[in-house]
Ligand binder design. Sequence first.
Ligand code: SAM
Length: 210
Amino acid sequence: MSRSHPLFARFYAATSLRLEKGLTPHRRTLLEGLSGRVIEVGAGNGLNFAHYPAAVTQVLAVEPEPHLRNLAQAAAAGSPVPVTVVDGLADDLPAGDASLDAAIASLVLCSVPDQDAALAEIRRVLRPGGQLRFFEHVRATTPRRHRTQKTLDALGIWPLLGGGCHCGRDTLAAIERAGFTLDRLDELTTTDTGMPFPAAPQILGTATCP
Ligand SMILES: C[S@@+](CC[C@H](N)C(=O)[O-])C[C@H]1O[C@@H](n2cnc3c(N)ncnc32)[C@H](O)[C@@H]1O
């Protein structure tokens, strides 16, 4: 099940820390008000863990990349809420049907091989009325920038650098196509987050499972 991307994992572990100043406020917004049992899909090196509110009783953090999973396990030890880090993939989550109150997807729906399969699986594990919280970089709104993103994705340049990441995906459309109801959407740019093009713009929001 593990997906080893040793170079990307070490690159992300280093650069993500440098981006945190810009990302931390958005991670807090992503997680604020959550309670109960939560699954975090593609938890990386665990940078969300410090921001879970106390009302969260359990976080199941799924991470397929071994180096990042080790870092996430270390981060889990310092988390204010219980976090269990496990191997797994977004399209085959280790949780029962309707067993969870919320799912977190942050900077991961860009990397899953099939967004529709991953979102169907997230929907499966959420209880009716459960929330999908998402923070994702997405396709640009200007045609010129979107063309550049599509080229980087199609040539395989961005996926190669980013451990399977795609910069030009319409993730909001995929979330809605999966049957979630959009409750909240913040549209963010590099000015808000510090994340540069082609990993800009970003969307941050909440959607409810039917
Ligand atoms: C850019 S990192 C983001 C990490 C973390 N969510 C964050 O907010 O910093 C993308 C993560 O998605 C993970 N990932 C890639 N493909 C995945 C898949 N099919 N299922 C679950 N996670 C995946 C990667 O291993 C990596 O940890």
